[in-house]
Design a protein around this ligand. Structure first.
Ligand code: FMN
Length: 446
């Protein structure tokens, strides 16, 4: 199990999954375009991004296989393994600054223009930090929390931030209502497991870094910050320390977001940076928005939780999949080993109630491969009658980033594409050629 970005990059290199880009690459669009081409295939390390002496990496985990490798589990167990880690967190340890690589260079004079921060999409309002894991503490309880946020560079030591109404939002509202800033620290350059842990859907009061520890199978090492009362991963490449300013809003956006649309410009909270610490030979990391890398970071933790929720209601559930075409958020395909008529609809209700983001749910029988969109479509085409098997609920809460929603107000749809239990025998038997699964064409052709 790799516990730093560097270890992870070495492992990828060993397996031929890290490609070096030595040609000069423009941080404006060109780097993102290449990242998008490599998505799901291999990680890229850009060694020449102009005047910067700092290399940039992206696509460090662009497919489920990458996360499986990081967790050291088979690819079909990735979501389940994450759910187990979430249920069995391990406390982190705090190490001395002398043992923390991210403290090799310490500066209280932050200048973001020294970092190679890319501009990703055509209409983005400027350079954005996209792979920063933000650490903050609940002002009421002091319990740590981590999350990833898009961060627009507004000045040498100023960042604009989008904070959707989850944990950080509540912390900031609490601090702001007292007229106080909220201390934050942003760690950049992390391995896939910490990034994944940051995306866990947890109740308030759970420090997601303890889920990263559980994924490591040992305590994650933290180190104290210089100018704020926070702890950050000691193995990070870079840490930016600062505070969310109360009562201040500045224009942020537009920004190309995960549903493959632009999130609009509007006044957003601002972070003022107070220190930057890093390794001596630091590596900068970026996530190109809307790539598989971005989408899977959200999907895997969600699938783990979703599976449990559906299982509570429908014990016959076999697997769940948040599909990439559905932005890994809005569309779920569920397979069940149906024992009672009606279970498919219960599975749909459970899935829809599990998250406001889920919009369309398809339930299929267990022999349908839910990771193969063609197989799922075949089940819908041949096992579903819309008047009988499709239902729509109007006016529920959805996701504001879905442009078809009415500012988040959204319809929900369920599709039951399972075979009726009382179907006449043979009617739904899938054709099969004996030996088809094991025969190898290559053994026969010249
Ligand atoms: N959530 C936001 O509120 N704003 C963002 O700009 C944002 N950008 C993200 C970018 C990436 C690459 C990823 C993977 C996720 C992003 N998220 C963003 C989602 C949050 O990080 C995620 O929902 C997290 O679990 C929230 O943490 P919390 O439950 O502790 O509040």
């Amino acid at each position: 199990i790799c516990t730093s970005l560097r270890q992870w990059l070495s492992l990828l290199e060993e397996k031929g999954l890290l490609k070096q880009v030595n040609k000069l690459v423009d941080l404006k669009y060109e780097l993102a375009a290449l990242g998008k081409k490599a998505d799901g295939k291999y990680a890229l390390r850009f060694n020449n991004v102009g005047d910067y002496k700092i290399p940039v990496v992206t696509e460090i985990a662009g497919g489920r296989e990458f996360f499986a490798m990081a967790m050291d589990v088979p690819v079909d167990q990735v979501a389940e393994h994450f759910a187990r880690a979430q249920a069995n967190p391990i406390d982190c340890t705090v190490v001395d600054a002398s043992k923390a690589p991210v403290k090799e260079v310490v500066s209280q004079n932050v200048d973001l223009s020294t970092l190679p921060i890319p501009i990703h999409h055509e209409k983005d309002s400027g350079p954005y930090i996209t792979a920063g894991v933000l650490v903050a503490k609940d002002p009421k309880t002091g319990i740590r929390n981590i999350s990833i946020h898009r961060l627009q560079v507004l000045g040498p030591n100023r960042l604009g931030i989008l904070i959707l109404p989850r944990h950080l939002f509540h912390f900031f509202r609490e601090a702001e209502s007292m007229g106080k800033p909220l201390e934050v620290a942003i760690a950049i350059g992390l391995d896939p497991l910490v990034l994944l842990a940051s995306q866990a859907l947890t109740p308030p009061g759970v420090d997601e870094l303890t889920i990263a520890s559980a994924l490591y199978g040992k305590p994650l090492e933290l180190v104290k910050c210089e100018t704020v009362d926070l702890e950050v991963p000691a193995q990070a490449e870079i840490v930016l320390e600062g505070k969310l300013l109360p009562g201040i809003r500045e224009m942020e956006g537009p920004f190309g977001e995960y549903p493959k649309y632009y999130g609009p410009a509007s006044p957003k909270p601002v972070i003022e940076l107070t220190a930057m610490t890093s390794r001596k030979d630091l590596i900068y990391q970026t996530i190109v928005p809307a790539t598989r890398e971005h989408l899977l970071l959200g999907a895997i933790p969600r699938e783990g939780g979703l599976f449990q929720i559906v299982k509570n209601t429908v014990p016959t559930v076999c697997a769940v999949h948040l599909t990439p075409g559905g932005t890994c958020r809005y569309h779920v395909v569920i397979s069940i080993d149906k024992q009672n008529e009606g279970e498919a609809k219960n599975a749909i209700f459970a899935a829809l109630s599990s998250s406001q983001e889920i919009k369309h749910v398809v339930v299929v029988d267990k022999e349908v491969n839910i990771f193969d969109p063609e197989d799922v479509e075949w089940a819908i085409a041949t096992r579903c009658q819309a008047d009988r098997d499709v239902f729509v609920v109007a006016g529920a809460m959805g996701n504001k980033l879905d442009p078809s929603s009415d500012d988040g107000l959204s319809a929900k749809m369920g599709i039951d594409a399972t075979v009726p239990l009382n179907a006449e025998p043979g009617r739904f038997e899938r054709i099969r050629i004996p030996g088809e699964d094991t025969i190898s064409l290559e053994d026969y052709i010249e």
